[in-house]
Every structure is written in C-alpha cells, then in structure tokens.
Design a binder for this molecule. Sequence first.
Ligand code: DAH
Length: 428
Amino acid sequence: MPMAIAFSFAQSTLFSKSPLFFHINGFRSFAFSTSAVVSWDKLRRQKWRQPVASVLELGGVKMAKDDVVRDDPTNNVPDTIFSKIGMQLHRRDRHPIGILKNAIYNYFDTTYPDKFDKFDDLCPVVSVKANFDDVLVPEDHVSRSYNDTYYVDPQTVLRCHTSAHQAELLRKGHTHFLVTGDVYRRDSIDSTHYPVFHQMEGVRVFTPDDWEPSDVDGTSYAAEDLKKCLEGLARHLFGAVEMRWIDTYFPFTNPSFELEIYFQEKWLEVLGCGVTEQEILKRSGKTNNVAWAFGLGLERLAMVLFDIPDIRLFWSTDERFTSQFSEGQLGVKFKPFSKFPPCYKDMSFWINDSFTENNLCEVVRGIAGDLAEEVQLIDNFTNKKGMTSHCYRIVYRSMERSLTDEEINDLQWKVREQVQHKLNVVLR
Ligand code: DAH
C-alpha cells in the first residue's frame, strides 16, 4: 500500500506518531467514524465466515469461538483471526519467534540475574481500558478505530500491543518484567504485514535509592539506563552494529525514543521505548518512582536475523520451513526451498465514503488466506462527478506450491463478488 510505506516495516510504529501527525499527513484515514461501524454492520449481516471450531484456554482464561467472533456490528473479528488465537508461536522453542524470545530472555537473565519476571501466556483478549486508556492513548487516536483494531465488543479488543499489560502488572507490584505475546492489527497485505504478529514489552521501575546517589534526576537516570540496556540487547542479537537514537512520540512515554541499527546497508528501526509517563505510575500507586519501558516487534527482527523474506512463512507448517530451525540457534539463515511464480489480478471499482483498504484486505484474506501476498493500490482517480475509482493489484502466491490458473481464477471471482457485496462498491 503506497500510502503506508512511509510508515512501517513489519508493524511496529502504530503509536510512534502523534494523532496530529496522522491528520496533517493523511497517511491513514482517521476512521473512528460511524461510517466505518455501519459498513461493518453490513458485513456482519451477511454470513460469509468459514467455520472454525474450538474452545481455547489461554493464561487461565477459557474462550469459545462465540465469545470472540459474533454477528454483531460492534464485533469485527473474523474466523481467520480467531483461528490464530492460541497458536502462540512465541512459546515454541524451535520456531524463529520462540528462538528470538529466548535469546532476549537470555540477555536479561545474564545482565540482570533473577530480576525480570517473564510473562508469555497472558490472554490476548483485553479490555479497551487496558489496551488504550491505561497507557494514555488519546480518545481520538487512530489506533482506537474499528478500522485498525479488532473489537470483540465496544469494551473489549484483541490487544494491539503488549503495552496493554503494563498497568495491570505495575498495579500487581511487579517492578521488572517482560511480556511476550501475539498482538492483532487490521492492516494492509504485503510481505512485512500480517494481522497477527508478536511483541515483547519490557518495564523497569526505579526508586529514589537508585538515582539519588548519582548527580542526575530520576528521568535522566532512567533514560540513560534504558539506552544502555537496549544497546546491550541490540549487540547481543546483532553483534557489533552501528546504532542511533531517534526522538519520537508515544502516548505512554516521555521522553520517547526509537533505536535504529545499521544492518545490511540500511537503518533498521528495532524498537520503541522511553521513560514511562508519571501518570501511569501514579495510577498504579507508584508516586515516588520512575520507570522505563520498551516494546519490540519480534517478526521484524526475526525476518532480518534469519533472512526470512515473507512474514507469512512464520505461520507455515511445511516441514521445509519448520525443520530449518533449532532451539537456541539464533540467526541460522533460512534457505528458501523454492520460489513459486506469483499471479497478478487487478480489479477496479468506484469506492464509497466508508471504503477502507483494511476492510478490502480483510475480505481478500477471508477468501485467499495466506495465498494473498500483496494488495497494492495501483491507480486512483476522481472523475468530474466526484466519483473516486481505485484499482488494486492482488498478488497471489503460495509459499509452498504452484497454484493453478483455475484455482486463482476461482479465488479472484469470489473476491470480486464479496468486495462488491460486502464493501458496497461498484465494480468497473
Ligand atoms: N506499544 C508500542 C507499539 O506497539 C511499542 C512501545 C513503544 C512500547 C514505547 C513501549 C514503549 O513500552 O515505551 O507501537
């Protein structure tokens, strides 16, 4: 999606720009509007989900499919997403995501023996309060929209970041912790974006005893400690790399930074972090403390460390993928078992006011699943009558086999049909 390119590689920057930034630059529609909700209402009334059965138990919480996926305008969780809940790639020791998690644990265990509490089984269904309010995400922030986040009901979401657990763990008295988990975001389709991915959150709380012996105030002390800790982590994962700190914005930290490393001739954003907003600490009963926090996207790091070219591969159960990784082996380079030919299909339609690219991508994924490699806007114009036409190119490709013409034509036919009916657009 050309409009999103400026924004993110492998999904980690949703929070790093102020809402104002979104308004001015118009990179993304500020879509927490009734029109987005109404269009979902239309979608919901038509039963188009494929059946998925199961009851899950996660972090002690029992969940049936009907608890998460409902025919209700306030619910936008499709079956395809429910089927990913509970997969917990981050808890598999021979999966790249699990190997990377363990390597980060390893760094914290050696640098701070017995200090950090680790959580990797917290339930991904969380309250809107935990996901947004408790970490001070503004009421009108784009990330709260139905277009960007999966809502189970108006008060409940699939967490869109592991920061959703910060406040609760602080309230429970934890002062050093790491939270790893699957996170969910409605998004575009390309080789670095997938609606489910994994993050790790880290938090460390200081007391006046920590910073008072030094000459600096608590905030500077925490910021310095944070940078030292994360530079060490980056070296642990990437070796002796060049690094730089970029000032940025997050609702939950002040000051806020991004760490970038120079890797394979490019500056790569590795993580977001900062000194926790006092308000968050205050609300969790820690008025005399200062803390730092960071959040990193595991897929984006694993893609670089293991040379994994497409984010869909993480979900592959093909032995030619899974057999290439072993426990404790960080950075073994993935050897593509073959590259199957892509197939391109274009479709043009007149959009309406409630059209969003994320809704289009959800329809495409609902039909083609992981065979959809990319959905790209290739033409966009408005005629004299004020009608806007979009032309999208859908790239179909399997990671595992060659697709037949018949199969792709069938998929494309279904996509055209559903796009027309569910998104209420007029095909050209
Ligand atoms: N939650 C942020 C995101 O998903 C990442 C992040 C940034 C987490 C800064 C933090 C932080 O704890 O301090 O984009």
